[in-house]
Design a protein around this ligand. Structure first.
Ligand code: RIB
Ligand code: CA
Length: 313
């Protein structure tokens, strides 16, 4: 079983990523670390615990991480994820957001990376604040970690960001953290909007889950996201940004990749949080990121649906 830590800012697609990770049966999930992002940290923890309870895996520990970015003021995405972060779903599930593991998330990442040197994969689907803090505290982390797979950025599709024209939410929400991570030497794979925007879960896809344990939750939690997509992109669907990031760990052949030097803009008002990929090697720097150039969207959506379909109601 692949040892992983999932770092989340649960949000709707984070919740779907947790479902895929848990139901894949392929991961030894050492813990889930929570970070301020889509919604404030308290909601992230509450939503993550609700989703784990819904999967029956409340035994997986949740670790409290950074409650704010390293430098800028917090910026949340209520318009996409709803006021609570999961579109109002699982409202009947009671959890205590104070009931978290007794260790700061960055310290847990360091502890587990040292204990499982060369074996631990970090799946990062929120802003990179927790990982940046862990690297600042223990730079050897970059050598201990097997791989970090990050949902974030956009590299080829310049100008088609979801937060600024140049910038994707996870990078924008803490660009200083992202810059620290991208310059740390840690082995990075970037699952960017270039590919995640192609993995749209439509209302028709969701109907294939009818009769399964997750049908009601997936339909309810994605409703606000699908409405946002319909209003902004004309498609009633939910981009599976975070689930694809988990999918890429489950099956790396889902994406076509190449390695380049990528840096993060932190000074510009116009393009704060931009992931700048040096395709022409103009900066003459060693590649630091494996970027995703394309994805087998159909095969991934089938993987997602088939994994969740295996759960009878
Ligand atoms: O830009 C999409 C990313 O930002 C996803 O991880 C979503 O959950 C938000 O965190
Ligand atoms: Ca997320």
């Amino acid at each position: 079983m692949e040892k992983i830590i999932l770092d989340v800012d649960t949000g709707i697609d984070d919740a779907l990523a947790i479902l895929l990770a848990v139901e894949s049966g392929r991961f030894d999930i050492l813990g889930i670390t929570a970070v301020n992002g889509n919604v404030p940290l308290d909601y992230v923890i509450k939503n993550t615990k609700k989703v784990l309870k819904h999967t029956g895996k409340e035994s997986i520990n949740v670790y409290k991480g950074a409650s704010r970015p390293i430098l800028i003021e917090p910026f949340h995405e209520y318009s996409v994820h709803g006021n609570d972060g999961i579109g109002g779903a699982l409202s009947s599930i009671e959890v205590d957001s104070d009931d978290v593991a007794d260790m700061f998330a960055p310290d847990f990442i360091i502890e587990q990376a040292e204990r499982h040197q060369g074996e631990l994969t970090l799946i990062m689907v929120g802003p990179l604040t927790n990982l940046a803090l862990a690297l600042r505290k223990e730079p050897r982390l970059a050598k201990w970690i097997k791989q970090v797979v990050v949902m974030g950025g956009l590299v080829s599709e310049a100008g088609k960001g979801n937060t600024l024209p140049t910038s994707e939410f996870n990078m924008y929400a803490d660009a200083e953290a992202a810059k620290m991570v991208f310059h740390s030497g840690i082995p990075l794979k970037l699952v960017s909007l270039d590919v995640t925007k192609k993995t749209f879960l439509t209302s028709e896809d969701i109907e294939k889950l009818k009769g399964t344990h997750y049908y009601d939750f997936v339909k309810e939690c994605t409703a606000v996201y699908r409405k946002y997509s319909e209003e902004n992109y004309g498609v009633n669907g939910c981009a599976l940004h975070d689930p694809l990031t988990v999918g890429v760990v489950l099956d790396p052949t889902l994406v076509t990749t190449a390695s380049y030097f990528v840096d993060i803009e932190t000074k510009s008002e116009l393009s704060y949080g931009q992931t700048i990929c040096d395709f022409g090697n103009l900066w003459n720097k060693e590649p630091n990121v494996e970027i995703c150039l394309d994805v087998d969207s159909e095969r991934f959506i089938s993987m997602f649906i088939d994994t969740l379909k295996n759960t009878i109601n």
